[in-house]
Write a protein of this length. Structure first.
Length: 466
């Protein structure tokens, strides 16, 4: 049965991979939860299925999934699937190992160390420590843990009073920072959001004032989080300006570059990450702009030993770490024990495309975002809501409407109908009080034809809304 099942599944995989960029197929077929549950036959039975039934079930599942490799998939900050990335994912699953000791994962360990060191060199660090995590949210949490432990070195043993701590983030930062503060005992009130300018960049003068206010209220500031590639606008905080503040105030500087870090590959756009060598930690998500299969996220730091001090529980895990001090036991600097070898698919993808391939991808995405920006500006019924900073484009349909509430409701209806129709997927977001459509160019299948068809689709749907 095993061989028949795998052979059938591989045939299905080939078919779905071959059709992943077929424009004739919908991005998503709209179903109600009840309809989809019936199609999938989600309940499990006492008796099992034979190979043919399992193959059919897997085929049905894949057919009902959102086609995230489709040329009309603009929704999240990730998309696409390369042959090399898929091959790396298959090899990862087939090896089925956990990367906590050299003994259990020798090859994977060397690959992860190489990826950490190589990415760190692009950040301008001579020596880099780091670990792959389960996603950008956990990478950000790990960065705040390092910052916390720098200022409260006994927190691991004694715990902390979260009322004493302050972390400073952009008003447009990712929500994972609030979750991290919750988990680490800092609390959401300890996360102080800093006003942004008209481009969505954190104001360094406001930051200085808020640090002073926090100190006067009895809190201990520990960290500033810069964002390079904010979720909605794609804005880049000035790392250098924020690094100056952190130098003067003796604070940890974390850069959430989950989206923007690949700019470092591009001679044309690496200026967007200017000052990154001054950061104390960095979140980098290859599963976003680089198109590596989900999930692939790394927390990097130039501070040797910091991860080990905050994450190591060697004495408790006597059943794992049999050689104390062994530098190749990567579980000593991770909060995870069971941990996938996510470095492998990044390594295989990098072997396939080379560094030049990453550079070309970044530059092509920005060029496409500029093309989309131009299409919006050229259409009398559409409005670019804010200045484009990177590969995110925020627009709305305005037509002859002037009332802001009416425009917001109209764009909500437009997006709802677009997603239900299933030919395009795009996110709905807010820029201030304005509701926007936020297409993101992070999918290698997107081309100029995708952009023109997207604009045409907006106009078609808008003309049908009462």
């Amino acid at each position: 049965m095993e061989n028949a099942l795998l052979e059938g599944v591989f045939d299905i995989v080939r078919g779905h991979f071959r059709d992943r960029m077929n424009r004739e197929l919908p991005v998503r077929t709209w179903r109600t939860p009840a309809e989809l549950a019936e199609i999938l036959k989600v309940s499990v039975d006492e008796s099992g299925m034979d190979a043919d039934e399992l193959i059919s079930t897997i085929d049905t599942y894949l057919s009902e999934c959102v086609r995230t490799q489709h040329p009309h998939f603009f929704q999240p900050l990730w998309g696409g699937l390369s042959e090399a990335g898929l091959a790396g994912e298959i090899a990862t699953v087939l090896s089925n190992t956990s990367i906590y000791t050299w003994e259990i994962a020798p090859a994977a360990t060397l690959i992860e160390l190489e990826m950490v060191a190589t990415l760190g060199r692009f950040a301008g660090w001579e020596h880099t420590d780091g670990t792959f995590t389960s996603g950008g949210s956990n990478s950000n949490m790990l960065a705040l843990l390092l910052a916390r432990d720098r200022y409260f070195p006994n927190a691991m043993n004694e715990g902390i009073d979260g009322r004493k701590i302050a972390v400073f983030v952009s008003a447009e930062s990712h929500y994972s920072l609030l979750m991290s503060a919750h988990v680490l005992g800092i609390g959401n009130q300890g996360v102080i959001k800093i006003e942004t300018n008209e481009r969505g960049e954190m104001k360094s003068d406001v930051l200085r004032n808020e640090i002073a206010k926090a100190r006067s209220s009895g809190r201990t500031p520990i960290c500033v989080v810069a964002t390079t590639g904010t979720t909605v606008r794609g804005a880049f905080d000035s790392i250098d300006l924020l690094a100056d503040v952190c130098r003067d105030e003796d604070l940890w500087l974390h850069v959430d570059a989950a989206l923007g870090a690949p700019c470092l590959f591009s001679p044309k756009y690496k200026h967007l990450m200017a000052g990154i060598e001054r950061a104390d930690s960095l979140t980098w998500d290859p599963h976003k702009l680089m198109g590596v299969p989900l999930t692939c996220s790394i927390l990097l730091t130039p501070h040797a030993g910091a991860l080990g001090e905050s994450c190591s529980y060697i004495k408790s895990a006597h059943y794992l770490f049999h050689e104390p001090g062994e530098e190749y036991d990567l579980g000593r600097k991770s909060l995870q024990c069971g941990r996938r070898v996510d470095a492998l698919k990044l390594w295989i993808e990098w072997k396939s495309c080379g560094t030049s391939g990453w550079s070309e991808r970044v530059e092509r995405y920005v060029e496409l975002a500029i093309e989309l920006e131009n299409l919006i500006n050229d259409h009398p019924d559409l409005e670019l809501v804010c200045e484009r900073a990177f590969t995110n484009v925020c627009l709305r349909y305005r037509g002859a409407m002037s009332d802001e509430n009416e425009i917001n409701l109209f764009n909500e209806k437009l997006r709802q109908q677009m997603v239900r129709k299933g030919d395009f997927m795009v996110s709905l977001a807010k820029v201030g009080d304005r509701t926007v459509l936020r297409p993101v160019i992070c999918n290698p299948a997107i081309d100029l034809e995708s952009l023109t068809e997207f604009i045409d689709e907006i106009i078609r749907i808008a003309s049908s809304i009462d």
